[in-house]
Write a protein that binds this ligand. Structure first.
Ligand SMILES: [Zn+2]
Length: 520
């Protein structure tokens, strides 16, 4: 999905944007590197010394050497690095006598890696198209939905970020955490041209650095420069992986977007292509021959186009396949939800082509490999960052357990060694824990640095600030193109009745998503 721009609002929007800086990146447009904010956050990270922690439970490593450790212990050092992964009975590494022990009683996975999102828009919920026939391309639905009908999230979403930027960031980060995500694509510190006072609750792909260079850079659209392909080649040659939307939709002509990239030397190991629905098996084979990866977003594709990427041909060609939810407007609320869409499609349409383990790898080890970050995230392995997800243990098969888990099963999320979210018992040693309601369950979120006086330390205050943005009078004073009635309510953190009603009533997916309700 590529955010649209309504021509009617262009003038007002330009005026409005003066106050926010480079918000274009929120829509995925290229603007800059965000080095200043990166350095500030790195400095604060270096100060953080964490207590050592030991997590016990069934460890699902995604590491061929270890695979599954039934009764395992993961040792996390004071830098937030996994120092060791062993059986509970094995001797611990030295220095863990005073460590904090967390007996999870559940299954421990690597945190999920979401390589396709537009978190800026995840404040709002699923949008229902006004037509019942599938769109053919993104250009088509962009014509159909505008902010005026409350459909396209132009100004109402901007209002959240304009008046409650920190709170908006916390909300979308929490929404990802509630689905076990520890690495999120689509929003970086560079987005707003200024550092966030409180840092982040999870890892943002675009903020990752190696030897001072960006590990990844996202381009929804081609950059508006004289030779975008030269810019792509230069970035990839320098070691940056590009995450780029192309060939989105069902119109076969969209295959030309891939052809242009291919012919200009931009398809290779450092290109991750988002969507690629329009590609036929021949093109997918050409792609696989050069390396790289596709990010598959079946719910969003089915919602808008009634069909999705030919992942069977992609698999046969040997192309890496990652999965990402796209955004709440046409996709799942988080990556954990999107795994269920993959599971349904795999059973109903693909004859179980993918094993349960392969489906889980699409959200963990495969995106880590595709990013060139296998030495940092994506597995539970000695030497990697402690990005971990703990789920309740409901299924004897650990991969089924992940696929079938809902937000209710997410018991703990640790990002970069920092416990960020979970059930309160697992966070009891941590200050600044704030209670949050997720569907029918109570969870806790760990909000950052209490030493910052301006810090927002209470989840209720965050939500309350966001809800005050809903006051049309207040918004109307500042943003002339928001009229009464253009209010977009905050989305729920997990699927609810309204969500499943919208899915049941939707005509474009042709019933392909109806079974999703059974997982909840
Ligand atoms: Zn998208």
């Amino acid at each position: 999905m590529t955010p649209a721009r309504s021509s009617k609002s262009t003038l007002s929007r330009r005026t409005f944007l003066k106050g926010i800086g480079s918000i274009g990146v929120a829509a995925g447009l290229y603007i800059g590197s965000g080095e200043v904010s990166y350095r500030l956050r790195q400095a604060s990270r270096q100060r953080a010394q964490r207590p050592r922690r030991v997590l016990t439970g069934r460890i699902v490593t995604f590491d061929p050497a270890a695979s599954i450790i039934e009764d395992g212990a993961a040792y996390l050092d004071e830098r937030g690095v996994i120092e060791a992964v062993r059986s509970v009975g094995a001797p611990p590494p030295t220095g863990y006598a005073g460590a904090i022990h967390i007996e999870t009683g559940g299954d421990i996975y690597p945190g999920l890696v979401d390589l396709h999102n537009h978190p800026y828009y995840d404040l709002r919920s699923l949008w229902t198209p006004s037509r019942s026939t599938p769109y053919t391309s993104r250009a088509e639905w962009q014509q159909d939905v505008t902010w005026q009908d409350g459909g396209f999230p132009e100004s109402p979403i901007d209002a959240y970020w304009r008046f409650a930027q920190e709170e908006s960031m916390k909300f979308v980060e929490l929404k990802a955490l509630a689905g076990g995500v520890t690495t999120l694509q689509g929003l970086s510190s560079a987005t707003f041209g200024a550092p966030f006072r409180e840092g982040h609750l999870l890892r943002h792909v675009e903020d990752e650095r190696r030897d001072g260079r960006a590990v990844a850079e996202s381009f929804v659209l081609r950059p508006r420069v004289a030779d975008p392909f030269a810019l792509f080649r230069q970035r990839m040659a320098a070691g940056t992986t590009l995450i780029h939307h192309f060939s989105e939709g069902r119109d076969p002509d969209l295959g030309r977007e891939f052809d242009e990239l291919f012919d200009n030397g931009c398809i290779g190991p450092r290109m991750i292509g988002v969507h690629a629905n329009a590609l036929d098996p021949a093109r997918l084979r050409r792609w696989a021959g050069r390396g790289g990866a596709v990010v598959w977003s079946p719910q969003s594709n089915l919602w808008l186009y009634g069909q999705t990427t030919d992942v069977a041909a992609a698999k046969e060609a040997g192309l890496r396949i990652c999965v990402g939810p796209d955004w709440s407007i046409s996709g799942s609320k988080n990556l954990l939800g999107e795994l269920k869409v993959v599971d349904v499609w795999n059973r109903q349409r693909l004859g179980r082509l993918f094993t349960d383990r392969e489906i889980c790898e699409m959200a963990t080890s495969v995106p880590a490999d595709a990013l060139g970050l296998a030495d940092r995230i994506g597995r539970v392995r000695e030497g990697l960052q402690a990005d971990l997800l703990v789920l309740s243990h409901r299924s004897s098969d650990p991969y089924r357990n992940l696929i079938e888990a809902t937000e209710r099963d997410v018991h703990l999320v640790i990002a970069s060694g920092r416990p960020s979210y979970g059930v309160s018992e697992m966070l009891r040693t941590i200050p600044n824990v704030s209670s949050v309601r997720v569907g029918s369950v109570e969870r806790a979120v760990v909000l950052p640095d209490p030493t910052i006086s301006s810090s927002i330390l209470n989840w209720e205050e965050i939500v309350s600030s966001l809800e005050r943005v809903h006051l049309v009078e207040e918004v109307g004073n500042h943003i002339p193109f928001v009229a009464a009635g253009d209010v977009v309510p905050l989305d729920t953190l997990m699927p609810d009745d309204a969500y499943f009603r919208a899915i049941a009533d939707a005509t474009i997916p042709g019933g392909a998503l109806t079974e999703l309700r059974s997982y909840y």
